[in-house]
Design a protein around this ligand. Sequence first.
Ligand SMILES: NC(=O)c1ccc[n+]([C@@H]2O[C@H](COP(=O)([O-])OP(=O)(O)OC[C@H]3O[C@@H](n4cnc5c(N)ncnc54)[C@H](O)[C@@H]3O)[C@@H](O)[C@H]2O)c1
Ligand SMILES: O=C(O)CC[C@@H](O)C(=O)O
Length: 530
Amino acid sequence: MFKVLVSDPISDQGIQQLTEAADITVVKKTGLSEAELIEIIGEFDALLVRSQTKVTKPIMEAATKLKVIGRAGVGVDNIDLEAATQRGIIVINAPDGNTITTCEHAFAMMMALARHIPQAYAKTVTGEWDRKSFLGVELRHKTLGVLGMGRIGSEVAKRAKAFGMNILGYDPFMTEERAAKLGITLASVDEIVQQADFITAHAPLTPETRHMVSRDQFAIMKKGMRIINCARGGIIDEVALVEAIDNGIVAGAAFDVFESEPPSPEHPFLSHPKIIVTPHLGASTIEAQENVAIDVSEQILHILRNEPFANAVNMPPISASLQNKLQPYYDLGVKLGSFIAQAASGAVQEIVVSYAGDLAEVDTQPLTRYIVRGVLANHLGEDQVNVVNSMHLAKIRDVNIVIQKSHIAKDFTNLLTVTLKTAKEERSVAGTLLTGYGPRIVQIDKFPVDVAPVGNLILISHNDKPGLIGNVGTLLGSNNVNIATMQVGRKLAGGQAIMVLGVDKPTPKEVLKQLTEIADLNIAKEITLV
Ligand SMILES: NC(=O)c1ccc[n+]([C@@H]2O[C@H](COP(=O)([O-])OP(=O)(O)OC[C@H]3O[C@@H](n4cnc5c(N)ncnc54)[C@H](O)[C@@H]3O)[C@@H](O)[C@H]2O)c1
Ligand SMILES: O=C(O)CC[C@@H](O)C(=O)O
């Protein structure tokens, strides 16, 4: 008999297959504190949550029998995935069940914003008949900018077309072909803020998407723009948004999500006449709550019964001997993937992984999953991609994975090379494990280097000219960026070269821009490897 704890309000209909299963006992206890959960979690085989329960490391440490945590929804930011993986607890989510519901909420917000519906309602119910203050705008013939063209963003775009809107989409994973299929135009964030009448965010919150619309974007924004965020708080800079509304740049905003939830009663959005808000209701419909609960209950049953399952967002089991062989390479694999994803520009089309030397002898599939995770997590968010779902995510995004093997690894016992082909370019990085030194990057775009893949790096492409290194050092020094390590690689004296600098802290964007203004320096990119 398996025991399942449901610790958030979850649709009864949705969990029917659990409540009706002869081998399952379901216990519903909502609103528990961390201490209360720690006290009881030891008796349960499965935990089913929405977003309220924070499944922390101490809870998992007390969860001695727990095999699976089911998240009835998409985002798993309320679950400590690393702790779950370390304890061998499978975490599953329901990525598709609330797509339409959340898309419809974004649309409802867009229409409410265009026609001032919440404000007009609030006034009308006081008995006032005010037909002058709420002049709205049509959606027809307006331009909608969609930031994040995944499941929800694509559905929003389809509906916006039916309203006669022109759609500009930004998504680092979207190719021209997919955009054409959807009938949208690909554009950069800057192009979108300059041209769109409405912007709606549908990306995950990642270091790259945090404040992707902030002061710089408001400074160039089309006047009268309206902004909707039903994805994650923090994608739009809340402070800068209030300033932009008060300065007359933005006409209004509709937010379902906040940088900190619930927002404090003093949060400026809550009293602003031009901002409408809902309390993270994007996924709150009868249908979506049923769908996500059905999806997640089904997978929990499979896992408890040792049957094949889907939608896991963390580690799959592999044999102990293969694990011993591959384990030391996992970290290197993720970092090579992340490095090259940050180095390359354009939508990713193909990832080529070459295993040379001893590694060519074994089943490297689990390691490939780590490498692909490293590439994809850069765009999809750390909490969305893991070794279980990375290959699936690559497949559904039309990213081709090519594996090459060779028994010869020139100069090394093992060499792992990751090549990224994007719509704009082809970039590669190679690494190895050096006895006594650990993981090292030994080649970038075939230039020989020796770089520890860790911390804040600056990758520079330049022409091999006297004085250039000095100019880079002077510029960084004068901007208080301390160089901890430096590697320069070239194939021919006076030809193309690369430089990798290890710096003590993140480099301000402005300084990176100034670097590219140095004569003979072509590109400077910041790369962060954690
Ligand atoms: N308000 C709610 O209740 C609610 C409900 C469901 C989902 N969500 C949130 O909505 C968001 C989208 O969900 P989804 O199911 O469509 O996810 P998805 O993974 O299908 O789509 C996200 C898309 O964002 C893109 N992206 C990544 N980095 C980007 C960047 N820098 N700029 C632009 N796009 C970028 C990805 O390539 C991907 O296509 C997630 O954050 C999810 O957690 C909120
Ligand atoms: O459970 C909810 O209502 C929120 C769900 C949503 O934010 C998600 O990421 O799926």
